[in-house]
Design a binder for this molecule. Structure first.
Ligand SMILES: Cc1cc2nc3c(=O)[nH]c(=O)nc-3n(C[C@H](O)[C@H](O)[C@H](O)COP(=O)(O)OP(=O)(O)OC[C@H]3O[C@@H](n4cnc5c(N)ncnc54)[C@H](O)[C@@H]3O)c2cc1C
Length: 380
């Protein structure tokens, strides 16, 4: 079959899906491309949602224009896939045929409320931000469940509005991802901006209907606003029975191929190998979108399927990380000082690799990548 006859369907219209579509055309695919996306707000970037879009009342999500790519966009939810007939069915009843399928349905916010409990607020989509912003305008107190990067970004938005925020988690802020050294530095900075932390022994439950607080082992906490930032779950419901996904997500190999012929996957929905751990970050979704597209065309990918660059913005501080995570022990301070909120840090790992962190210091990502490469110790 020539490229012009090959019909490629991409399900999911966020960064992994849009990158895949762009890459398909960039690698010379001339055949039909159909992109199926369920979000009524269309294609947009999520990272700004918890940063300036959340803080700034008038800011809009950053949307992408794919009109130059000559694709068919279907604004609908994929509800099932038939891997024998090679069709994807949508909620509106369309059966869309494919020769190659790219699964890029990402993840949804993990909810912790009881199914019959109303008013749980999460942050995953632009619609979530539209619902959250007016609540931030009115709130004087807030509880944020989860001290990962998203929870800390929401706490930052609270601090910027002088809302007294309490962040509740079983682990110290960002420790699972960035390790104890940066966790302590970030906690100290947040506490000086009037953010409190409550460390719990087991996951909390939400109280009220609608939700008004959280139940801890020894007391309840209530606030004007409660936001759940308790991780995400891969969007695999529509793949049920197809053999493409399991309870961890969609397992892919180095070529972003799934275990089903001509089905590839990219982004937050995926995991590699047997580790069953996902790395739901932007740069990975971009890398995998490119690799899945190349594999769907049967050509060599131009990049690896993982990219260990991650960034966040907490309490007005930009933190950029290049290299393996999590970070253990103390770093070498290459430049500046953590106390002053402006430092370039390096962690050396046992396997010879290095992680470079720009902590509140302006450094281009390219430079951080180069430093991580150059300071790695080759293992022979
Ligand atoms: C608020 C927020 C802030 C973030 N900030 C950062 C950051 O600072 N740094 C960083 O590295 N990462 C950040 N991330 C993570 C990053 O945004 C994700 O890794 C990235 O969006 C993953 O892209 P994706 O395309 O795989 O999936 P998603 O972004 O989840 O998109 C999947 C798309 O598929 C659609 N979809 C789902 N199911 C179906 C279906 N059945 N049919 C049709 N369409 C479907 C959804 O509507 C969605 O548009 C952030 C995430 C969030 C939510």
């Amino acid at each position: 079959m020539s490229s012009a006859d090959r019909r490629i369907v991409v399900v999911g219209d966020s960064v992994a899906g849009c990158t895949a579509v762009r890459e398909l055309r960039a690698r010379g695919h001339e055949g039909a491309i159909t992109m199926i996306g369920a979000d009524p707000d269309g294609c947009y970037a999520r990272p700004p949602l918890s940063k300036h879009v959340l803080k700034d009342q008038v800011a809009e999500a950053e949307t992408w224009d794919l009109s130059d790519l000559d694709i068919t966009s279907v604004g609908d939810r994929a509800v099932s896939v038939d891997t024998d007939a090679r069709t994807v069915s949508t909620a509106a009843g369309a059966d869309i045929p494919y020769d190659a399928l790219i699964v890029a349905t990402g993840a949804a916010a993990r909810r912790i409320a009881d199914p019959d409990q109303s008013g749980e607020i999460v942050l995953r989509t632009f619609a979530d931000v539209r619902a959250l912003r007016p609540r931030l305008d009115e709130a004087r107190t807030a509880i944020v469940v989860g001290a990962g990067f998203l929870g800390m970004e929401v706490a930052s938005a609270c601090a910027a509005r002088d809302i007294a925020a309490i962040v509740v988690d079983v682990d110290p802020p960002l420790e699972r991802l960035l390790g104890p050294f940066l966790s302590e530095a970030i906690s100290a900075r947040a506490e000086s901006a009037s953010v409190d932390f409550v460390r719990v022994e087991r996951p909390v439950t939400l109280i009220g209907d609608p939700v008004v607080g959280v139940e801890l082992a020894d007391r309840t906490l209530r606030a004007d606003l409660v936001v759940t930032c308790a991780g995400d779950v891969p969007e695999t419901g529509w793949l049920e029975g197809s053999g493409i996904a399991d309870r961890h997500g969609v397992r892919v190999d180095e070529r972003c191929a799934t275990t089903v012929p001509d089905v590839f996957a990219a982004g937050d929905v995926t995991y590699f190998g047997t580790a069953s751990s996902r790395s739901p970050f932007w740069s990975n979704a971009v890398a995998q979108g490119k690799v899945a597209a190349a594999s769907a065309l049967g050509v060599e990918p131009t990049c690896a399927p993982t990219d260990d660059y991650f960034w966040t913005e907490i309490m007005g501080l930009s933190i950029k990380v290049v290299g393996p995570l999590p970070l253990r022990g103390e770093p070498t301070v290459v430049e500046g000082s953590v106390e002053n909120g402006s430092a370039l840090l390096k962690w050396s790992h046992d396997d010879g690799r290095a992680t470079i962190v720009a902590y509140g210091i302006k450094k281009p990502v390219g430079l951080l990548r180069r430093l991580a490469r150059e300071t790695a110790v080759p293992t022979t």
